[in-house]
Design a protein around this ligand. Sequence first.
Ligand code: GLA
Length: 385
Amino acid sequence: MTDATALERATAAYIERFGSEPTLITRAPGRVNIIGEHTDYNDGFALPMALPFDIVIAAAPTDDQSISAQSEGFEPTTIDLSMAPDPAAGWAAYVHGIAHLLAEAGHAVGGWQGCLASDIPAGASLSSSAALTMASGLAALGAAGSTIDPIELALLGQRVENEVLGFPSGNLDQLASVSGRANSASLIDCRSVDVTPVPLPAGIEIVIMDTGTRRELVDSEYAARRADCERAAEILGVAALRDATVADLDRLEDDQLLMRARHIVGENQRTLDAAEAMRAGDAVALGELMSQSHASLRDDYHVTSPALDAISALAQTMPGCLGARMTGGGFAGGAVALVRADATDAFVAAMLDAYEPPVEQPAVAPVQFWPVTANAGAEILRTPS
Ligand code: GLA
């Protein structure tokens, strides 16, 4: 492994395979959700930031409606855009799915040949598949010389998950990937899809903590949480749990539905409070809200895991750490900590030293810690002249 970035590796792979410079280059970042978990499909609020880890596609348009792509560590693939996407096609399902839905929505898309490279750790709750979808959507558009409103691209990307892959996700991951900005998180209203940049407080760092555990066969748990939320909203007579209040919760007699709804109502408020704390430069309040979010996801929403609980609890005890929580869908993968910038190096060293993966949920990938800065959203870096 070299230290070359995804951009450098994708470009080098293209030149090696096709013998010329790529004329079309796109990139899309992964995301870390700072707070606002499982709120997106409840029409609520989330506060992610785009990561300095990208998926990059180095490509050139082709004359036909087909995509010929290779990606590091995967078999090359050829996609016929006149066919429907195959959900069993692995990573190609995202590449094909977004081109298909873009065309269906009336956008001009073109075929391309190219090479992909990724700096987004897969399975660490950092939305590498949303980034793949956004980068390849931009490649299909760029190959035809068309442009798109990034929010529309994100919503079509969510439909790839829902309709092509059959996974009932919300719109957080794709909106986070397209709306990133340097030094800012994105406050997303997942109902109106308004995105407001919120500057990160000075003097702190966001640290991703990958437990090295990976999710298996829990898509049904995600769908079950979503169904619980829809049922609770129906009982309360609201369009979505976004519209429920703390007082409404008394009307839920079923314990499980009460716990699910209590998490969503509380998490939406915590997310709005976190955005306020960020604006006020109050990192201590922000950290407390993050730790409260973890407790609610653990005790009411039941989507944490032994490793996510252990790493978050340990981080919360470390000097300079203001708060920590699981991030993303849960059950395995990554967590996120808010750490004073002057304590970050010592924090990472102490975590590497002290964190032991719990025996009931062993790590299958290296346990790693990454202090991260906020990145710009998905974009076309080079278009054919
Ligand atoms: C996954 C889904 C998102 C969101 C998060 C939880 O990442 O893809 O839509 O629901 O889980 O916040």
